[in-house]
Ligand binder design. Structure first.
Ligand code: PMP
Length: 446
């Protein structure tokens, strides 16, 4: 397929590409969404799937009605589809449906803390808060450092694995950063982690929507022990997340949520928990969300994620090449050494605050981007070289705008025309800062 044809085809897969939004002056323009790392619009197939399924929707597991049996089958079949998608081991892994990546990691942290309290978790300086905060109050947490380019230091990983001499239970690392887009060498990390007797959790929130992830067999030293991701970042925005991990982790431990659906038999004196994953899905689950995720995976499989990744990579390199030529722009996530990455990059423009740029892009041009610290505070602080003193200042001055960056993140439906429109506006902003700030400062509280 030619690139233009592919681009048009990919664009036809999602809903909302033609939506018009109002801008300053009252006109309407086609919305440009460069905030796909936050969440993606739904696939057409997902919406169709939900509508087609709706007449059959019913309770799962306990109902004996035809619709219940059918719904239960599809819900359970979903685990196989997801497992196949990430090459989990059907005989050893469980696929647990959660709300999102954040809930998946929190659940895992609670469950692990039951058996491994006091052990060490190695998070990293480039993690989203979802892969940092859940560990803090339950384990001794240390952070693998990143270098000045923003790359994870494998030397520091090895140093820390050695330093804690067998006490590290888990290395909790992101597959791809939501700030720079850098893809971590997760198989190398897995190898090193296993060499020191620890397990690896891969935060797939930014990876799974863009790259074919293979958890590899249990016997491989590159095996990914735990994988988490969110459906709403992969064109199925109905509130489902996934936690994949070895059955035995969940067999011996208490479930985090307790109630109906997770037990076999209960008396006033005892509780017989059901087996995982049922044990870990108390209450009526998000069935429509699961249907949406199944349809999204089928669409991604049909389309070929390798092709999608290649197309999205073309977009981000095109955008970075243009951005880096604009005076005053500093990029975070651009590298000249072919570092693998997903289609997002962050930047700042000298002398103009990030929140102001975000307001201008939205109000002047109908372009949605993300600004701030992107829930990856330590990483952004490191990339911006903020000192402890500066952080303290921001901490003790709640009225002051926090430091931050601008981030653009692409989905498979974005195209070169949209990037050109965006670059044109950034050029104008960077060249006429005073006028823009004057015009839009009323929207920015400082
Ligand atoms: N990890 C990463 C790398 C993310 O980018 C995000 C979402 N921005 C999360 C975790 C959390 O995902 P969710 O909000 O779906 O729980």
């Amino acid at each position: 397929m030619e690139n233009l044809e592919l681009s048009a085809y990919l664009r036809s897969l999602v809903i909302g590409t033609e939506t018009q939004v109002p801008i300053t002056g009252g006109q309407f323009v086609p919305a440009i969404n460069f905030d796909n790392a936050a969440t993606t619009p739904p696939f057409v197939s997902v919406m169709k799937g939900i509508t087609n399924f709706a007449p059959w929707y019913s309770s799962i597991h306990r109902g004996k009605g035809y619709k219940s049996r059918m719904t239960s089958n599809i819900y359970e079949e979903g685990r196989h589809i997801i497992g196949d998608f990430v090459k989990a081991d059907p005989s050893k892994d469980v696929i647990i449906y959660t709300k999102n990546t954040t809930e998946s990691i929190n659940m895992l942290a609670y469950i692990m803390s039951e058996e491994h309290k006091g052990k060490v978790i190695l998070s990293t300086e480039m993690e989203h808060l979802a892969n940092d905060l859940p560990w803090r109050d339950k384990f001794l947490v240390d952070y693998v450092s990143v270098d000045e380019k923003g790359y994870l230091s494998l030397d520091d990983l090895e140093f820390k694995l050695k330093k804690y001499r067998g006490k590290v239970h888990l290395v909790a690392v992101t597959g791809a950063s939501n700030v720079t887009g850098y893809i971590n060498p997760y198989y190398e990390i897995a190898k090193m982690t296993h060499k020191y007797g620890a397990k690896i959790l891969l935060d797939g929130a930014q990876l799974v929507p863009h790259v074919l992830v293979d958890m590899k067999p249990f016997a491989s030293d590159e095996h990914i022990d735990y994988l988490v991701f969110s459906a709403h970042k992969m064109y199925a925005p109905f509130g489902v997340g996934v936690l994949v991990g070895p059955k035995e982790t969940f067999e011996k431990t208490q479930p985090v949520y307790k109630g109906g659906g997770d037990v076999r038999l209960v008396s006033k004196d005892f509780i017989e928990w059901d087996l995982p994953p049922f044990k870990n899905e108390a209450g009526t689950p998000n069935i429509m969300g699961v249907m949406a995720l199944i349809d999204a995976i089928k669409t991604l499989n049909r389309t070929d994620l390798n092709k999608i990744h290649e197309y999205e990579n073309g977009l981000i390199h095109y955008a970075m090449d243009k951005l880096k030529k604009i005076p005053g722009v500093s990029l975070y996530g651009y590298s000249s050494d072919n570092q693998p990455k997903v289609a997002l990059v962050s930047f700042t423009i000298e002398d103009i605050p990030h929140n102001m740029i975000a307001e201008i892009l939205s109000r002047h041009s109908g372009i949605a981007i993300r600004d701030g610290l992107f829930c990856a505070h330590t990483y952004v602080q490191r990339l911006l070289n903020l000192t402890g003193q500066e952080l303290n200042y921001y901490r003790t001055h709640p009225d002051v705008t926090l430091p931050g960056m601008i981030r653009i993140s692409f989905g498979l439906y974005n195209n070169y025309e949209e990037i050109n429109r965006f670059i044109e506006v950034i050029y104008k902003i960077a060249g006429n800062k005073r006028q823009y700030v004057q015009k839009y400062k009323k929207y920015v509280i400082d």
